[in-house]
Design a protein around this ligand. Structure first.
Ligand code: BEZ
Length: 396
């Protein structure tokens, strides 16, 4: 398989790469999708099966982006009989003064109001009565937004994978890490892998937490830190109890980052168990190679203690533990990085990148945005807040 020519080469075969290839094929672009490991691997940001779909965000532009994603989720849903989302609502609750990695409850309320997204406000007593939590400080407040859901990420990925596999325009190639990228005089890229060289006019680089390893080949890197996030399942002891997707805002206590989130029981992910996870790491990683499939025991212990103290109907012993590796931007206000390569890279507008951030809920829309950028050089969606700006730095 050498020297084959494509319109676009997409690097990274996770949900984002599969979604980009799907949208490129709809635009009739001949596309090669390169995956360094195997498709559906558990080594990157798509590890595990569920993700949260939620509208509350502290920034209006993020709420708008979630709203913009809805027609693309509907389009994807129309391709499969498997239900991609379990719509149980989003519950955000906790200390109203806390500003966490997910923002702040009051700011999210303002952003929802500005975009006419309906939600209800809750007191601590109402949260306990309606949503099965217990022993909450009386000062806690909450908001419930009914469109929130648990996303079946595996089914989402499989729907996109099956489409691409059936498409005569898409070639899927696994175990094909990119080990070199060369630019030719006639504005083409030659991408080298152990399986051969491939040529294209455009590149879309979406290798998740492994992004800097690919960007480096083009002479730049982004300022990222890496979280190896711990997750576990807790056995349901009270049949019929159902939780929404939820997130609790609390101040850290020592090493305990004290932010937790959880999911409903779903029939596609360890039925009889409920997933609860910590939204903090005790030690961020400085490179994706440091990742471990074994969760940090303290992060698990803090989560299990929170389950014991504040959730009803669950046995607080963690089961089926796992980790998920995510790259996060070191620049505080940049949740997602979506842009072209930095201007000093020759033909930088022919190289589209998606680099950092939690984006499971945006998979169908970001594929559309990245394909727009590759084929048209622009997109109608507001991605200005996600620009690289000056935060990239050259590889040493
Ligand atoms: C999210 O919805 O983006 C999210 C939820 C929980 C933890 C991290 C991210």
């Amino acid at each position: 398989m050498t020297n084959q020519s494509y319109d676009v080469i997409v690097v990274g075969g996770g949900p984002m790469g599969l979604s980009t290839a799907y949208h490129l094929s709809k635009r009739r672009a001949k596309t090669l999708l390169l995956e360094q490991f195997t498709f559906f691997n558990q080594l990157g940001s798509s590890a595990g099966v569920s993700r949260q779909f939620r509208l509350p965000y502290p920034e209006q532009y993020m709420v708008q982006l979630v709203k913009d994603s809805i027609p693309y989720w509907e389009e994807l849903q129309s391709l499969t009989p498997v239900q991609l989302m379990d719509k149980v609502g989003t519950l955000w609750f906790g200390d109203p003064a806390v500003h966490s990695t997910e923002g702040n409850i009051g700011q999210a309320e303002k952003a929802l109001q500005a975009l006419n997204v309906p939600y209800t406000q809750l007191t601590a007593a109402e949260i306990e009565k309606q949503y099965h939590f217990k022993n909450l400080p009386s000062t806690y407040i909450g908001l419930f937004q009914a469109d929130g859901a648990s996303i079946d990420l595996k089914a989402t990925q499989k729907t996109l994978f099956d489409w691409n596999l059936a498409s005569s325009l898409v070639t899927l190639l696994e175990e094909a890490p990119v080990i070199g990228v060369r630019q030719t005089k006639d504005r083409h890229f030659v991408v080298t892998t152990p399986q051969g060289d491939f040529t294209a006019r455009k590149l879309v680089l979406v290798p998740g937490p492994y992004a800097n390893g690919v960007f480096e080949l083009l002479g730049f890197q982004v300022a990222a830190t890496y979280w190896n996030m711990a997750s576990a399942f807790y056995k349901v002891t009270q049949p019929g109890i159902q939780y929404p997707t939820w997130f609790v805002f609390q101040n850290p206590v020592g090493e305990n980052g004290n932010q937790f989130y959880g999911f409903p029981e779903v029939d596609w992910n360890y039925p009889g168990y409920i997933r609860v996870a910590s939204d903090f790491v005790i030690e961020p990683l400085s490179s994706p190679e440091e990742r471990s499939p074994v969760p940090n025991p303290q992060e698990l212990a803090f989560t299990a203690a929170w389950v014991k103290d504040h959730m009803t109907g669950l046995d607080p012993t963690p089961h089926f533990t796992s980790t998920c590796l995510v790259a996060l931007s070191k620049i505080a206000d940049k949740e997602l990085l979506i842009d072209f390569a930095p201007p000093y890279v020759p033909d930088h507008k022919d190289i589209v990148i998606y680099a950092t951030g939690w984006a499971g809920k945006f998979v169908p829309l970001l594929g559309k945005i990245l394909s727009d950028l590759a084929l048209d050089g622009h997109t109608p969606f507001d991605i200005a807040p996600f620009a690289l700006g000056s935060i990239y730095f050259k590889a040493l």
